[in-house]
Design a protein around this ligand. Structure first.
Ligand SMILES: Nc1ncnc2c1ncn2[C@@H]1O[C@H](COP(=O)(O)OP(=O)(O)O)[C@@H](O)[C@H]1O
Ligand code: SF4
Ligand SMILES: [Mg+2]
Length: 391
């Protein structure tokens, strides 16, 4: 299946999801303004909407997250006021070009920043763990974070070779995490490792369990990473570009695997990607990041079919086949890239961060930072001209 076909099919699937969501809304579910619920200790700084899934409090509520790096060349404001929620069982995709602050957001949540230089300087990351406790990960101790990383939040990175240890077999590494989290005996852990390899679709698991990482293909190694990440049945999986290094067929298999296991475990996923085509495949909601901020968010169908921010529109135009699909262009697929670069995080301009690249920019855009504006239907965009842009 090519990317164009994949996106179309996924959009059709998402349209079905939207119908269900609309039905739920019609049935009386409400869009609520986060941070304004009774007794909520976390005061909100910006307008962020989320459909009330009825499942109660979000698994993760991030408010006004700011993460800066002190470098020889100045203060790098990688993440500069990010807010979002992830509901139980939901997949939120965070999408944006390289350098927009996606990985730093996930490393901040996991407390895995390069601590010599990087620091969360502001914000709240309220996480609800399996035992029902909600705590702010920003102020959690290293011991508490180790417990959370092992039991409640798992992470998958783009390149499994950096996370897998080359000198141990994959079986030993899965067993290690199983022993740690489920307190099994060694033989039982080995059996659990074989079972996990089967679950993630590795054939001849009894044999492959003794492979070293370098004996496996990239796709297989990523399956092993998925197995390790899910061995503790986390509440939240953070997947940072998990399929970027893989070819399209293997990518689709890994995404299917993650979705299947998500249904079985009931976990939430924070899915980070630079590829809007993948967003349609995996997520219910999407947050578009630019220059350390969220510039648009909403449910996937709304954002992909009725984008309100010029940056999102530019990203959508850069999905291969997108222009051909709209009938604008015949001939071979062409990748349209947004002209210009992400602003330097050490020296961002006043006003809208996208102004230098935006064909709709006017003087008022450069005067002050646009707030995230409610554009209706649970969608929000950080653009003062969204009505003209979207029409
Ligand atoms: N350890 C670090 N030291 C200094 N700057 C960093 C560090 N990590 C990330 N950055 C900077 O923060 C910005 C956001 O990076 P990142 O979150 O990795 O982007 P993304 O994942 O969206 O591609 C970039 O400008 C990057 O150069
Ligand atoms: S606020 Fe102005 S410059 Fe920024 S995206 Fe909207 S139209 Fe473009
Ligand atoms: Mg990254």
């Amino acid at each position: 299946m090519d990317t164009q076909g994949g996106v179309l099919q996924a959009l059709a699937r998402q349209a079905r999801f939207l119908t269900t969501a609309l039905r739920r809304l019609a049935a009386g579910a409400r869009i609520f303004q986060l941070g304004h619920r009774m007794g909520d200790p976390m005061q909100e700084t910006e307008f962020v909407t989320m459909p009330d899934s009825g499942a109660g409090y979000p698994v993760l509520r991030v408010r006004n997250l700011k993460t800066y790096f002190d470098t020889d060349r100045g203060l790098v404001k990688s993440v500069d006021g990010v807010s979002f929620d992830i509901a139980p069982g939901e997949t939120l995709a965070v999408v944006g070009e390289s350098g927009s602050g996606k990985s730093v957001t996930s490393l901040s949540i996991m407390a895995l920043l390069d601590k010599a230089h990087g620091k969360v300087v502001d914000g709240v990351m309220a996480f609800r763990s399996k035992d029902g406790r909600t705590q702010d990960l920003r102020v959690a101790s290293e011991a508490e974070m180790r417990k959370i990383r092992g039991n409640d939040i798992s992470m998958i990175f783009q390149e499994p070779m950096t996370s897998l240890n080359p000198v141990f077999t994959v079986g030993d590494q899965i067993a290690e995490s199983v022993v740690l989290h489920q307190k099994l005996s060694r033989p039982a852990a080995r059996k659990a490792a074989i079972d996990m390899l089967k679950v993630v679709g590795i054939s001849a698991a009894e044999k492959r369990v003794d492979d070293y990482p370098h004996q496996m293909s990239g796709g297989m190694r990523q399956r092993v990473m998925v197995a390790m990440a899910l061995s503790c049945r986390p509440t939240l999986l953070i997947a940072d570009e998990p399929t970027t290094a893989l070819d399209v067929t293997i990518q689709a298999q890994i995404l299917d695997l993650m979705k299947r296991l998500q249904r079985e475990i009931g976990m939430s996923i924070l899915f980070i990607t630079h590829d809007l085509g993948v967003v349609a495949e995996v997520a219910e909601r999407v947050a578009v990041m630019y220059g350390g901020l969220i510039v648009e968010e909403g449910d996937v169908v709304s954002v992909l079919t009725r984008p309100k921010h010029p940056y999102t529109i530019g990203l959508l135009n850069s999905v291969p086949g997108a222009r051909r699909r709209s009938g604008e262009e015949e001939g071979p697929k062409r990748l349209y890239a947004i002209p210009g670069n992400v602003p330097d995080p050490r020296n961002r301009p006043a006003g809208c961060l996208f102004a230098a690249r935006c064909t709709h920019a006017i003087d008022a855009c450069r005067a002050e930072m646009p707030p995230l504006l409610d554009t209706g239907g649970g969608q929000a965009a950080r653009c003062i001209r969204w009505q003209e842009v979207a029409s």
